[in-house]
Design a binder for this molecule. Structure first.
Ligand code: SAH
Ligand code: SF4
Length: 360
């Protein structure tokens, strides 16, 4: 895995020198000489429902000290686009002017739970041909404090009001396992009981199949849920649309899942973007069921009709074919759902999180 040396792993220039306040654990705050309770300071920083006017409520002495040792800037919400289905797409601006996107998706009426689709990188290096983010290339990794800041800034403005009402899916911009070190620090911060206190079962990391990252993540605690973007059923086809398959092919990927060893109650999510004339035949369905093997009935297979976008000439199959494809899989014992992408009307759906980058 890339660390430090790669251009996309450098921190934003403004962040050099001071660590982000949102990336510090209570023990880090203590080590930096926190003049009050480090645990209480962490709690105030990481619980946006206790904030006032978009900022944590800190005593003057702690605030003065903290401003001297850490950067308190949060990503700014610079655009909000509500969708007809209740989802809101947000553009967030980072300290160096670069932008990421996230989507706020409330459950249905009278349920306080909200799912956030969040980003792990600015752009993405993986180059999948069907993906709008892929077409912009990689600009850089998000820092742990930026991943946290993204979540906290959204919560402060749009809710939910408690950590246990929040579910996170890393399905926004970027390949999370390409930024595993920062991602996992962020996950540890998100799960800290004095902060948001997210359960590890409320965080899903979606990967295009970076096997080295899957194998590493499998050993880390807390271990989030894993979603895998499959999107093709032969090495020939998968290598054409997802270059990562040229390094780790389908057989190797399947091995990594066995090695992960799902625990009781832990389910994989398999994402399969349906593309007309590319991966939507009955043979594909049969190969897909074969590849899943004994995982097919107890885990979730999500069919996602392609969200069409300007950067690609690929098209989604029609509704009849989508239902037919689901039927072929069900007949083979798979547990299948069709993901009706939310936020389609605002280009906030999967693979559409692309944004011209502000100068900086
Ligand atoms: N990089 C990670 C997570 C971000 S992409 C990954 O690839 O898994 C999140 C999901 O959106 C993936 O399952 C991906 O296959 C899917 N996706 C990408 N482009 C899409 C498009 N144009 N239409 C529908 N889904 C798309
Ligand atoms: Fe990157 Fe995922 Fe898009 Fe592939 S599908 S280019 S891995 S964001």
């Amino acid at each position: 895995m890339a660390t430090g040396a790669m251009p996309w792993d450098r921190p934003a220039p403004e962040r050099e020198g001071l660590p982000s306040a949102w990336s510090l654990f209570p023990e880090d705050l203590a080590a930096l000489g926190c003049p009050g309770s480090a645990l209480e300071t962490f709690r105030r920083l990481h619980r946006p429902w206790t904030w006032e006017a978009g900022a944590p409520v800190l005593g003057p002495a702690i605030r003065r000290w903290l401003e001297g040792v850490a950067d308190l800037a949060l990503p700014g919400i610079v655009e909000r686009q509500p969708s007809e289905d209740g989802a809101t797409k947000l553009a967030l601006q980072l300290a160096d002017g670069k932008r990421i996107e996230a989507v706020h998706m409330p459950r249905r009426v009278r349920n306080p739970r909200v799912t956030y689709c969040v980003s792990s990188q600015v752009g993405c290096a993986m180059g999948c041909t069907f993906c709008a983010t892929g077409s912009m290339g990689i600009l850089r990794n998000l820092q742990p404090g930026e991943i946290l800041g993204q979540v906290l800034a959204m919560m402060a403005v749009l809710g939910p009001t408690r950590g246990h009402e929040l579910t996170l899916v890393f399905m926004g911009m970027g390949e999370p396992l390409h930024n595993l070190e920062h991602l996992h620090r962020a996950i540890r911060l998100l799960c800290h009981p004095a902060g948001l206190g997210l359960g590890k079962g409320r965080i899903t990391v979606s990967t295009s199949g970076l096997v080295s990252g899957i194998e590493k993540l499998a050993t880390l605690e807390p271990r989030p849920l894993l979603a895998l973007s499959l999107n093709a059923t032969s090495d020939e086809a998968r290598s054409r649309t997802m270059p990562v398959n040229r390094v780790w092919n389908l057989a190797r990927l399947r091995q990594a899942l066995d090695a992960w060893g799902p625990r009781r109650g832990e389910k994989f999510t398999f994402e399969y973007v349906l593309i007309a004339g590319e991966n939507d035949t009955e043979d594909d369905a049969a190969r897909l069921a074969d590849w899943l093997g004994d995982l097919r009935s107890a885990h979730n297979l999500n069919l996602i009709p392609l969200n069409e976008h300007e950067a690609s000439a690929l098209r989604a199959p029609d509704e009849t074919r989508v239902q037919q494809f689901a039927g072929w899989l069900k007949a083979r014992g798979c547990f299948v759902t069709v993901r009706r992408s939310r936020g389609r009307d605002i280009q906030g759906a999967c693979g559409q999180l692309v944004k011209p980058v502000a100068r900086g």
